[in-house]
Design a protein around this ligand. Structure first.
Ligand SMILES: Nc1ncnc2c1ncn2[C@@H]1O[C@H](COP(=O)(O)OP(=O)(O)OP(=O)(O)O)[C@@H](O)[C@H]1O
Ligand SMILES: [Mg+2]
Length: 261
């Protein structure tokens, strides 16, 4: 094969088949099947501890699965012969905590991996970072330091940093959960634009309005299995299982408490 993974790896979709993951004796993922077609947005929802983060972390091999396969852009990432670094370069990840380097400026946060990992020259890395900072509405903020920004702005930098690596797939793990309510909207609107631009996205979120509006499909997980999946209007608008109905009640009304009769 003469082409590198980067050249072959276009509009990456994800196909997860029978994924198992255990920590010691505890089985956290119990045979997950999940598909994200290239250019699609899938929102993953479910209660705390159901295995959502573990699933995302298996997709970019931050965790090693114990069984099943994960195909990203035509590559089985669980194949022991895969070039893990090359595969990871194609997958951007945005976490709940922004994980910016506090001692680097916003611009430097967006160029350091481009230079170190992709071996881009500084002027090229700067230009690409500036383009992506402009895309997230922070074109004027390159010289600031992370602690001079709001949480929402820091998360937008984290998105610009991920985009600067030219990912073919973006994974988001509760990107707005650590934000003040008034800055949640600005991050969601950036993600909305990314989806419109055709980015393939797998998003763990509790933002039901976002899931309903933006997701092509919604997957509801509980206790390590997929309980419901389908179009957002169906899964959120007309949940079929008591587990999903109960979850929705709690997410849409956090003050709701079950009282035993
Ligand atoms: N490194 C680890 N070692 C042992 N157990 C772990 C590890 N990481 C996660 N777990 C366990 O796996 C289960 C699933 O965790 P995970 O973080 O994937 O859940 P989640 O759905 O993302 O939850 P939340 O909504 O709270 O983020 C939990 O019971 C958790 O305690
Ligand atoms: Mg999690």
């Amino acid at each position: 094969m003469s082409e590198t993974i980067e050249e072959q790896f276009q509009a990456a979709g994800v196909v997860i088949d029978g994924l198992h993951k255990s920590y010691g004796p505890v089985e956290v993922l119990k045979g997950i099947d999940l598909e994200v077609a290239p250019g699609q947005v899938v929102c993953l929802i479910g209660p705390s501890g159901s295995g959502k983060s573990t699933l995302l972390r298996c997709v970019n091999l931050l965790e090693q699965p114990n069984g099943g396969s994960i195909d990203v852009g035509g590559y089985d990432v669980t194949d022991p012969d895969i070039d893990v670094d090359a595969m990871r370069r194609n997958v951007g990840m945005v976490f709940q905590q922004f994980n910016l380097f506090p001692h680097l400026t916003v611009l430097e946060n967006c160029t350091v991996a481009q230079q170190k990992v992709l071996k881009r020259k500084k002027p090229d890395a700067d230009r690409i970072a500036e383009k992506n900072l402009a895309k997230v509405g922070l074109g004027e903020f390159g010289d600031r330091y992370p602690d001079q920004l709001s949480g929402g702005q820091q998360q937008r930098v984290a998105i610009a940093r991920a985009l600067s690596m030219d990912p073919k797939l973006m994974l988001f793990d509760e990107p707005t959960s650590a934000l003040d309510p008034e800055t949640v909207g600005e991050v969601l609107s950036i993600m909305r634009n990314l989806a419109k631009d055709g980015m393939t996205m797998l998003v763990v979120t509790h933002e039901m309005a976002f899931a309903r509006d933006v997701a092509d499909r919604v997957v509801f997980m509980d206790d390590g299995v997929v309980v419901e999946s389908g179009p957002a209007a169906q899964v959120i608008g007309d949940p079929q299982t008591p587990r999903m109905q109960d979850f929705l009640k709690r997410v849409l009304d956090p003050t709701h408490v079950e009282v035993d009769e």
